[in-house]
Design a binder for this molecule. Structure first.
Ligand SMILES: C[S@@+](CC[C@H](N)C(=O)[O-])C[C@H]1O[C@@H](n2cnc3c(N)ncnc32)[C@H](O)[C@@H]1O
Length: 277
């Protein structure tokens, strides 16, 4: 059953963190001439309207990207991210928010390639139309977890894998581990970025432990911004676990995370963590 629609959450605090990190990883990849692939295993619809009923059901973007729109003192990394979002809109307007496929499209170079997977029929149709006639992108209506290993290694032997499942079904957690370990067996040098939510039930702790077992070159960046709701539930924050991270990423995010955490905090205990091994 596919109940999750990212349109309800576009531009929230988790999107801000994940798309900012994704953009920085791709900027690093662009420093070498050799072309690369970006494989987005859970692509979503590609572009979202912040004026839609979906986005305004809970208006999560107001606690995310909207908190950065008017900031005049953004650190460089966040300025680059906000500039990318602004370029998706008419000048001065903030009605559109790009999903990861659009962040990727706007970050890669002419010879780089994108492979996008999406299972939800409606979001797949929107995504396919959005990338219609884009010669750099191939869009698949398929299971991104299961399809990953067949794409690896990519022809140029350079790739970023971006894995951003909904985790609404608990089986997504073991599927992340399975897809990562299969991917690493076929392509150990790849950069793998896994997004995960921080929920009250704490599933991310075991997930991170398992991901750490897979590689000795990892970086974990997480941000806690919210308290549990009245029922004791909610997404308290999120994180990115990166295998084979660009060497400069930890340093860059160290400069940004204090500012970002303060801007996106919804309670006094907001915090962030950056840990490498
Ligand atoms: C969190 S959203 C992705 C958001 C997107 N990566 C972004 O940053 O804009 C997760 C998406 O994965 C899709 N999905 C769920 N399971 C999938 C699977 N096994 N393979 C591919 N897509 C899947 C959902 O329909 C949903 O659109």
């Amino acid at each position: 059953m596919l109940a999750y629609r990212h349109a309800f959450h576009a531009g929230n605090h988790a999107d801000v963190l994940k798309h900012c990190v994704l953009q920085q990883v791709l900027a690093y990849m662009n420093q070498k001439d050799k072309p690369y692939w970006v494989i987005d295993t859970h692509a979503g619809a590609g572009m979202y309207s912040l004026a839609s009923d979906y986005a305004n059901k809970k208006s999560e973007y107001l606690e995310g990207i909207a908190r950065l729109w008017d900031c005049q003192d953004l650190p460089n990394v966040l300025q680059e991210y906000v500039d990318l979002i602004q370029r998706c809109n008419a000048k001065g307007d903030w009605s559109l928010y790009p999903g990861s496929p659009e962040v990727i499209r706007r970050s890669i170079r002419a010879d780089d390639r994108m492979r996008l997977y999406e299972l939800h029929p409606t979001d797949f149709d929107i995504l396919e139309e959005h990338f219609d006639r884009d010669r750099q992108a191939k869009v698949f209506k398929g299971d991104g977890f299961a399809s990953l290993k067949a794409l690896l290694p990519p022809p140029t032997r350079r790739a970023v894998v971006f894995m951003d499942p909904p985790y609404e079904i608990k089986s997504d957690y073991p599927k992340v581990i399975e897809a990562l370990s299969e991917g690493l067996k076929k392509f150990a040098e790849g950069v793998y970025i896994v997004w995960y939510p921080i929920l009250t039930r704490g599933d991310h702790v075991y997930l991170i432990d398992q991901m750490r077992e897979l590689s000795d070159k990892t970086l974990n960046i997480s941000m806690l911004v919210q308290e549990p709701d009245a029922q004791g539930f909610g997404m308290l924050g999120s994180g990115l676990f990166i295998i084979n991270p660009p060497w400069i990423l930890a340093e860059k995010m160290q400069e940004v995370m204090p500012y970002l955490t303060e801007k996106l905090a919804q309670f006094d205990g907001a915090s962030f963590e950056i840990s490498a091994n």
